[in-house]
Design a protein around this ligand. Sequence first.
Ligand code: KG4
Ligand code: ZN
Length: 346
Amino acid sequence: MCLKDNFTIKKEPVILGIESSCDETACAVIRGRKLLANQIISSAAEQAKYGGVVPEIASRMHTEAVDEVASRALEEAGLTVGDVDAVAVTYGAGLLGALLVGLSFAKGLAYALGVPLIAINHIRGHLAAAYLDEPELKPPFVTLLASGGHTAILHTKDYLNFEVLASTLDDAAGEAFDKCARVLGLPYPGGPNVERLSKEGKEGVKLPSALVKHSSNTAFSYSGLKTAVINYCHTAQQRGEEYSKADVAYAFQRSAIDPLVEKTVEYALSLGVGCVTAGGGVIANGYLREKLSAACKKAGLKLVLPEKKYCTDNAAMIASEGLNQYLAGNFAPMDINACAAIPLKT
Ligand code: KG4
Ligand code: ZN
């Protein structure tokens, strides 16, 4: 007997989602596609003291916060734990110790309640953030994924399946934002700080585009762009020349984002899907949001852009993907382990 035969599938289940893959301890509750609660306790301010995420600090803070964040979410939803029909939790990718805190909590809760445990690939969670913004949204559509670990354009064919149309050959866009921030001496978290500084910048610094050709396919490369930023800054420093960090941030942001927007729209038009969605931390970038909105409008494409708080790590997206998996009866065994790295398509 498979796991799904053990449970009755409801049409509008109450799903409690838990996310603890990095420095946010988060819990959300949905009923069907309706978001009832979304709570986050972040250790970002603590991590900023060290210039980045320290895994041991993240694990400890998740341990302190997970019970509290779940209680707050149930209270916000106006529900009790007995109302929960399934528990969805990120099992990878992420920091192993951090993931284990959320996963262990979710296992205990699902077991005690006698409800299904749903193991979520964090990146699929980012993709499912679009359904929070528009509960009636139905595939197919083209999705721009840009996070700290992934950068790709996907053809989302149905609620469970997608095809990768183009992706990065090396670093992810978010990773490049963070590295650019470090070179410019900006504090953690890098991405939002590069965005802030770029607003004071102007045209002038020449940097390569992140768009590359890879055996006649479209692909992106962020490692070359990162190296170009390092070279530009170091050369100026060695020559004792003044340079504008804001102008570097301005040029970097355009080189990193323009090709993602351009290619996303091109794919949507060539596939004739009529709709574009987006997900991942970099999608919180204001320049990207404006550029993608304008490009979709010009091309006559519908754009479903999740609110910024659903682009960066959160548990609402985990609950949202939880519903996709719940309706398909994809439940996890209680001995499932956390995975630091899992392929995009898992
Ligand atoms: O999706 P996410 O929260 O975590 C992962 O699953 O990776 O993405 C984090 C990444 C970081 O690299 C961060 O610098 C970037 O998203 N990010 C941004 C912005 N906000 C977060 N990048 C550019 N502009 C932003 N406003
Ligand atoms: Zn994420």
